[in-house]
Design a protein around this ligand. Structure first.
Ligand SMILES: NC(=O)c1ccc[n+]([C@@H]2O[C@H](COP(=O)([O-])OP(=O)(O)OC[C@H]3O[C@@H](n4cnc5c(N)ncnc54)[C@H](OP(=O)(O)O)[C@@H]3O)[C@@H](O)[C@H]2O)c1
Length: 267
């Protein structure tokens, strides 16, 4: 019989997290006796929290705001994605030590494929924070030409992308098959609005709009009202969770477990 193990998400604040419901649903679907809990951990307490979880035999951890960058120096090894993005959202306790991974970008692609089938050839991504970096990194790895728009374009990583300020947004949107909002605009308590109105009409009629913020934001609602394919941040949350769980358990989740995780996010 499988021995129960503990998993968790660390963040500060953490009360809003939907990860416990999502992973608990997966364990039930897989018939596993594991537990997944949310822990309120500040950056100062992160080193002892990770060491404690390792000592207690935890099966794995997720990290969320504001801990993803703080964890970098606490890992024995980093996956190539975590190293390139500069953030850890998934911690794996392995015989070789504590390994930091980042499943946000690949989770976004998983969700995007569910929306539009294939990764588009040209995309515009707004915002230069951690979530956007993960998404841009994943899109570029898939061969997508990314126009990356920020209030401070010179501060964006020097990746194989076109970096632009918001004054270049209209032109950037021309010919783009996908617009991604990776800013905090639209988030409860987030930034009040974009530096310029978003001219969605400059995109091709069949272009899709994805927001990393959830639940559905004014941007998603506006794009949906124009008949565009849209997704808010919940499918990405699902995608990164599926991939994290696969790393921890060392298996590929079946359709029933994946569906259970998706259903658990619908409130
Ligand atoms: N769905 C998911 O699984 C998932 C995962 C992670 C994060 N998220 C969500 O994604 C959003 C971003 O998270 P994050 O961790 O990347 O946050 P972050 O590191 O704080 O980055 C947010 C970025 O938003 C931009 N921004 C802030 N105020 C703005 C304003 N007034 N106008 C335009 N841009 C502004 C900034 O980019 P510039 O300075 O470059 O303009 C900033 O770097 C949050 O809402 C978060 O909840 C979702």
């Amino acid at each position: 019989m499988t021995q129960p193990r503990c998993f968790g998400v660390l963040g500060h604040p953490i009360g809003h997290s939907r990860s416990p419901a999502m992973h608990t649903a997966a364990f039930e679907a897989l018939g596993l006796p594991h537990r997944y809990l949310a822990f309120d951990v500040t950056p100062d307490a992160l080193p002892s929290a990770i060491a404690g979880a390792a000592a207690m035999g935890f099966g794995g951890l997720n990290l969320t705001v504001p801990l993803k960058t703080h964890a970098l120096g606490l890992m024995d090894a980093l996956s190539p994605e975590a190293e390139a993005i500069g953030a850890v959202n998934t911690v794996c306790f392995t015989p070789e030590g504590v390994v930091g991974r980042n499943t946000d970008g690949a989770g976004f692609l998983e969700a995007l494929r569910g929306l539009v089938g294939a990764v588009p050839s040209r995309a515009v991504v707004l915002g230069g924070g951690g979530a956007s970096r993960a998404v841009v990194h994943a899109l570029v790895e898939e061969g997508c030409a990314v126009r990356w728009v920020s209030r401070r374009p010179a501060a964006l990583p020097d990746w194989d992308v076109e970096r632009r300020g918001y004054e270049g947004l209209e032109v950037a949107l021309e010919g783009a098959a996908l617009l991604v909002n990776g800013t905090t605009v639209g988030m409860r308590g987030g930034a009040p609005g974009f530096p310029v109105p978003l001219p969605l009409e400059r995109m091709p009629i069949d272009a899709a709009v994805a927001d990393l913020v959830y639940p559905a934001t004014p941007l998603v609602e506006r794009a949906r009202a124009c008949g565009r394919a849209t997704m808010d941040g919940l499918p990405m949350l699902w995608g990164q969770g599926v991939l994290a769980l696969q790393h921890w358990l060392g298996l590929t989740l079946d359709a029933a477990a994946r569906d259970a995780m998706r259903q658990a996010l619908v409130v």
